[in-house]
Design a protein. Sequence first.
Length: 73
Amino acid sequence: MQNSNYAMLFTIWDDLFGTADRTSPVPTETGIDGDPVPEGWFGQLVYPFAENLREMRRRGRGVTAVTPATPAE
């Protein structure tokens, strides 16, 4: 059901504003098909950065070293 269960931690807000839905079944699957996100917390933490690097390499923008600027004399 849409337009319900907005609060994840303090569900009292859904009760107060009448948006609580306790009758719908709990979803068995979540996420996007074809986009396997790691199960562990560390893998999920690193995943966006690794995916961004992969995308940069696919587009030919590889990661380059940054040279420090020399101070003006």
